[in-house]
Design a protein around this ligand. Sequence first.
Ligand SMILES: [Cu+2]
Length: 688
Amino acid sequence: MRGYARLVVLALAAVGLLALKPSTTLAADPEIDALLRAPAGKDWITNGGNLTNQRYSTLKQIDRTNVKQLKGAWMTRLKGSGLGGKYSFEASPLVKDSIMYVVTGNDDVFALNAKTGEHLWEYWSGIDQQISTVCCGWVNRGLAMGEGHVYLGQLDGNVVALDMKTGKVAWKTPIEKWQNGYGVTSAPLYYDGMIYSGITGGEFGVRGRLTALDAKTGEIKWRWYTLPAPGEVGSETWPPGTDHAMRGGGSIWNTPSVDPELGLLYFAVGNCGPDYDGSMREGDNLFCASVVALKAKTGEYAWHFQQVHHDIWDYDAASPVVLFDTVINGQPRKGLAQAGRTGWVYILDRTNGKPLIGIEERPVPQDPRQKTAKTQPYPIGDAVVPQCAEKLPGYDKAGCIFEPFWETPVLIQPSGVGGTNWSPMPYSPDTGYFYVPGTVRTSAFARTGDKYIRGLRYVGGTQTAPIESPMSGTFTAIDSKTNKIAWQHKTPYRIGGGGGSTVTAGGLVFRGEPDGNFLALDAKTGEELWRFQTGFGADAPPVVYEVDGEQYVALAAGGNQLQGSAYGDAVWVFSLKGQLGPLWAPPPPPKVAGPVGPIASGVDKINIGANNVEYSYAPARTRIKAGTTVTFTNVGDLPHDATSLKEADWSSGSLAKNESKAVTFSKPGVYYYICTPHPWMYGQVIVE
Ligand SMILES: [Cu+2]
């Protein structure tokens, strides 16, 4: 209890910080409970730093004046775990009592000495390498901690508790089956004897949910479905007499936050399914693309705010919800903020879900075939990315954020992979700013209509960046009092999809870049103060901690499948006494769109429209020897082709369903190809 009492004093002394009051009844793990409620300091015990998800550290040994001296204290490799093109390394390491716990994209967990990097124990998940329902890279965004365990969710649908001392499995509970389209990629939240876990699968026709488990035993205590059954709150926003809501998506991609005083748990809900086809699901489609508050103990619905009505653009709310306290018009207010794929930050009153600064319902363009909503919410303030697409050759139409589309492709920004995706958004009580990572990209949207088949992709259309169209990012400080831009950097790469940052009382924002650079910025002005090349894609959000009076900043560096950044299995830790210098820069990620994903080696059979993805090549990229004959087979429903983009020197010709064509590649080179009637489909053959 000594640690508990000390932390309470610390929490109460931290004037101006959102110090959540200690519980009146004894918590299941009093020490962790006190740490969760206090501003993050010596330890970093939960994904977002504490229950607010602010990612704000009170440590200030490293500050604006000395950050230039920062060097590597240690770097370690994680034995090849999660090392490869299919993986992303996006986890925030946790640190407690000088031990670091980190999880890789293969759901393997490592305990390290936080001062030296020495390996203490490891947990190898052994997850099935054939999981076919991974939407967006093999990734795990982090761990939770409490009652002597570290907790993780796995891509195979299991939630697992490990003994903190040994890494041995204490319990393992399947919350769903990956074969049904489900998986877990978010860091769970431990709070007062419970583990809260989201679930993914919005692209596989799932019914999203939050699952609460007993932290001691793994027993499932309750589930709250993001898609209402008939008669439940929100069911009136789905067509009556149909079961579209039961496969309507609503993933939870992020770690919830908690206000213990209000007894409320908050999280954001992802896109509706099928993603791009709203024709059969007339209505607002709650609780897709919403922020939801539940009673933390029971899972009872408290309130919601829907960011996008009747979503047909894949506008997930995917970044973690952030709690903050503020003063507006002289009144203290309890705030909540979430950065959306729309490019806006949604700022709400967390007691009731009402807009804190103002969000207006405005009329938007209509397409009756898509059953578009009449109005959409427009937050007052600034968007962090452009919200209108520019016209490109080959496309008839370019539109803005809520432009509808049908079967002819329409270019739209920010698009369902723009704005802020999974990257977290920190908040500093010192500056009053949110630090918002953004992706700038155009997508061509088209509706196709998919048949629902359990466990297969069910997206109803496509959104693809036209080949060689530019992609970049923004990093923006948004003033929490006005929702307006305080400062903004244009970034060379997309940073809204992975990555993220952390802010400190030393007046610094730390953030990584997909090209391997790790940066420190002045939190007030945005001025870049320090930069270090980690040698791998630096796409994970950093964390800050202290051991033996020395402050450290840690970053997982292992690249990101969606960014195309250099993969790795490294954990870098920095301090003022560090001695390690930078590594060579890895190959930078692309700045224009093209085929993404791992490059298959020696594969000479390419299927078009496989796995229920009509507009796709699988594998999209292959590397072959000169002289190899590649067979293109159309297993989709529509006629497609594969035609060399630049040379126009080879083509499969139009292939009807189940037709094949062999193409022999005799000359070495890098060939991009597209489908002539569907130019947003593309693939790559590398001939060596
Ligand atoms: Cu095609």
